[in-house]
Ligand binder design. Structure first.
Ligand code: ADP
Ligand code: MG
Length: 249
């Protein structure tokens, strides 16, 4: 980790009601401020469950989620981005983003500014008054990211956010996400099935495996961000991760 942790998951254990075995036992992971961590692992290993616990949506049966940043009434410390965008179809783009700001202590004028700022950040300022059905799949995902960033989270949790878009759009969104991440300064945990995507995006790649799930491999990716597309070094890291993953499935 490059800096002091912003979020620390310690010794998490979780079993779904009625399940015969725990998803994980004593699972721990720390993410540094502004660090980009990718999690890969087989289907059903527990990646989404980790994100749900990290986001506070569900509570672990034991263990803790510590966030080393002071809670501020005008921000949320964590925000979640889903695979399908999850926009409300009866609200405009701007209204969808504003929805995430409800409950924060912000004057109306500041809320409007936040919406404008994040729309500009994802390059969709001209879509503020559109309805979700008028957007492409890639645009929906960018709005989902904008809505999450509007709350100024210290950690952004992303659950396979690009898996439902076509390959070209996906490549574009990856490049965009790196730019947005560098500008926003938030830490990210990004779950993906795609090892090349993980290697392109992340400072560190975690492979989850086993049952109960644990971290079976951890790879630091020290490749310069400007050289990542088509870098031979990057493919070597990706191959290492693929090897660790193959061993699991
Ligand atoms: N709401 C739920 N109730 C019961 N079991 C669940 C629920 N959600 C997920 N599971 C089970 O928990 C395990 C981990 O699921 P999940 O975290 O969604 O895996 P992943 O995201 O890695 O595919 C799987 O075996 C899955 O079937
Ligand atoms: Mg999942």
């Amino acid at each position: 980790m490059s800096s002091a942790p912003v979020v620390t998951l310690s010794n998490l254990s979780f079993t779904y009601p009625g399940a015969s075995s725990p998803v994980f036992k004593d699972f721990s992971l720390s993410v540094g401020a502004s660090e980009f961590v990718a999690i890969v692992g087989g289907s059903g290993v527990g990646k989404s469950t980790i994100l749900r616990i990290a986001s506070g949506l569900i509570k672990p049966h034991s263990g803790t989620v510590d966030i080393a940043v002071k809670k501020e009434p005008s921000r949320r410390r964590r925000a979640l981005v889903f695979q399908d965008g999850r926009l409300m179809p009866w609200r405009t783009v701007a209204q969808n983003i504003a929805l995430g700001l409800e409950g924060l202590e912000l004057p109306a004028s500041e809320k409007e500014r936040r919406v404008e700022d994040v729309l500009s950040l994802v390059n969709l300022s001209d879509k503020a008054d559109r309805w979700p059905h008028q957007l492409s799949g890639g645009q929906v995902q960018r709005i989902g990211i904008a809505r999450a960033l509007a709350v100024k989270p210290d950690i952004l949790l992303m659950d396979e956010p690009f898996s439902a878009v076509d390959a070209m759009t996906r490549r574009h969104l990856q490049t965009e996400l790196v730019r947005i991440w560098q500008k926003s300064g938030t830490a990210i945990i990004f779950v993906t099935h795609d090892i090349d995507e993980a290697a392109f995006l992340a400072d560190r790649i975690i492979v989850m495996g086993d049952s109960p799930a644990r971290i079976v491999n951890e790879t630091i990716v020290p490749v310069d961000r400007d050289l990542r597309r088509d870098s031979q070094d990057l493919s070597r890291y990706a191959e290492g991760v693929a090897g660790a993953l193959d061993f699991q499935i």
